[in-house]
Design a protein around this ligand. Sequence first.
Ligand code: PXP
Length: 250
Amino acid sequence: MKPLRLGVNIDHVATVRNARGGSHPDPLRAAKLVAEAGADGITAHLREDRRHIRDADIERLVTEVGLPLNLEMAATEEMTEIALRHRPHAVCIVPERREEVTTEGGLDAAGQRERLAPVVSRLAEAGIRVSLFIEADRRQLEAARDLGAPVVELHTGTYCEADGAHRERELGRIVEAAAIADQLGLECHAGHGLSFTTVGPIAAIPSIVELNIGHFLVGEAIFSGLDAAVRRMRAHMDEARATASGTDSQ
Ligand code: PXP
């Protein structure tokens, strides 16, 4: 089984900082701490309204942390220029609506090929690994492949919010989409809404190689500290992966 990376999204450290307009808590300090706790990468979403992460944070996250940065952004000219200036390891293109509380649903890669194609190619030509945040749907996966994006991130939000049989159905869609991604030669990531209780079945999907998790970890840090929250998430992921591959993690 391929190793499973954990990308920690630190947006909501910045949300708390911005609530008072000062510099505490510092997302950079959080990024360094999660690196120590076993994260493999940092994820940050620079939104058009800068409600959490800001431009100066991106600069510091790229130059001062030592972990690869996955910059989540909308496919706009402004964001493309920022990405080309800072050259993060990866860019994950997400849909963005100004009034939404968080990213709602995946990118319509199939319906927006013409708008996305130049953004994907400009970023790729600059050596940035481009990923598209999409629903677990064959049409969207094929569009990502056609657009030349090497990576897709499957939206796990609906799975996480659902219960019982509905959750099982949503999990089935993600399992199937991850297998299709593999067949299409796409590297497969997943994220949104994952917690200690929902991460296991996603971590057990063999072709998924990266999970991006933020809100739950920053919330859990209030109770147990960020270091402990990240370590516990890492342990849940490793245990699910080990069980799925038939090896004991102990
Ligand atoms: N992946 C993508 C593409 C996202 O937009 C987000 C939220 O910014 C996440 C993962 C992390 O989601 P959550 O904060 O719910 O863990």
